[in-house]
Design a protein around this ligand. Structure first.
Ligand code: APR
Length: 320
């Protein structure tokens, strides 16, 4: 059986890490694409030269021509610019929208049957625009945000409780902005919900609130430390989990920015919700019940995404 083909559009910090992880996990052969000629070729060759040491088989190639992504099974998009200190994800909208137009056209022409994962920020608006520009079936395109936001929350919780990260589950919904919605009621340690753990004296409500807030600002925390760019290890690992679920038909339940058609009272936007990812792409959207307060938080987050999408329409009339 031929190996799967994974195309990475954008061979920067996240793209390079994606290429390395996809090889280590033997998910398929990897094409790195970037407008900075030499970078995708160089990173591809460097990683290929690590394969004999780590013992994995994957072919790597680098390109600056979209024909190289032809027939890709999975396309992961990180092309664009990342944040610098003082910038919000929304500040990137103008530049990255133009990039999405080029990328969407490339995918439409050369890889129209791929499962596409968008990482470029502001995520919820960029994945929406990428779907429009590419004309992809909305079930075959998702945005990576919730897996990362949940992973950040899980890390903070595991540190606080001094337990394995493996036994901590977290549930973060909504847009990938500072008003994302970490749902403590649905987040657990080995199935025990966080509010119960507060009652059991494992932590205090104040500490839990602080961890929720740190999760919301998790991306900014890394930007302020790095100063020259934004997070890349955890975002890459998160997108690889999504790609693996598609390629191996694992049917994992993962929070992703998915196209909603009435679920959660939202129509026509990409919003972070739990979905099942299998060989058909988005196979199911999981709709949970919200409390009044949760609903209000979710709606606030949805309104922020709406604002970004309207801004995209204002910048590019073809999207209106
Ligand atoms: N086509 C292809 N590649 C492009 C294009 C384009 N039109 N424009 C820019 N790029 C490439 C850049 O040359 C660079 O190599 O995208 C790459 C982006 O890499 P980095 O600057 O290292 O950014 P990274 O940290 O990987 O983040 C990428 O993901 O999380 C988001 O906010 C982040 O939007 C940013 C994206």
């Amino acid at each position: 059986m031929a190996r799967k083909k994974i195309a990475l559009i954008g061979a920067g910090q996240i793209g390079g890490t994606l290429a390395h992880l996809a090889g280590l996990k033997e998910l398929g052969d990897i094409v790195l694409f970037d407008i900075a000629d030499g970078v995708p070729q160089g990173k591809g060759l460097d990683i290929a030269e690590s394969a004999p040491v780590d013992g994995f088989d994957a072919k790597y190639s680098g390109a600056s021509d979209y024909s190289a992504i032809a027939g890709a099974d999975v396309v992961i998009v990180t092309a664009g610019v990342p944040r610098k200190p003082g910038m919000s994800r929304d500040d990137l909208i103008g530049i990255n929208l133009k990039v999405m137009e080029a990328v969407g056209t490339g995918i439409k022409t050369h890889a129209p049957n791929a499962f596409v994962i968008c990482i470029t920020n502001p995520l919820d608006a960029m994945v929406w625009a990428l779907q429009k520009f590419s004309g992809l079936d909305p079930k075959k395109i998702v945005g990576m945000a919730g897996v990362l936001d949940s992973a950040r929350f899980r890390h903070f919780l595991a540190e606080e409780f001094q337990v394995s990260v493996e036994d901590v589950t977290a549930f973060v919904l909504g847009g990938h902005g500072d008003d994302m919605v970490p749902l403590v009621r649905y987040s657990t340690v080995a199935g025990v919900p966080l509010p119960d753990l507060v009652k059991m004296g494992w932590t205090t409500q104040e500490k839990l609130d602080a961890m929720v807030e740190r999760t919301r600002k998790g991306g900014g925390e890394i930007v302020n430390l790095l100063k020259t760019g934004s997070a890349f290890y955890a975002p890459a690992a998160s997108a690889i989990a999504m790609a693996e679920s598609y390629l191996k038909d694992k049917k994992r339940v993962l929070p992703c920015a998915a196209h909603l058609t009435g679920q959660y009272g939202v129509d026509g936007l990409f919003i972070g919700v739990p979905i099942v990812i299998g060989e058909n792409g988005v196979e199911r959207i999981v709709e949970v019940e919200f409390s009044g307060e949760e609903k209000a938080m979710f709606e606030k987050s949805v309104n922020s995404v709406k604002g970004l999408v309207e801004a995209c329409k204002g910048i590019n009339g073809a999207l209106a």
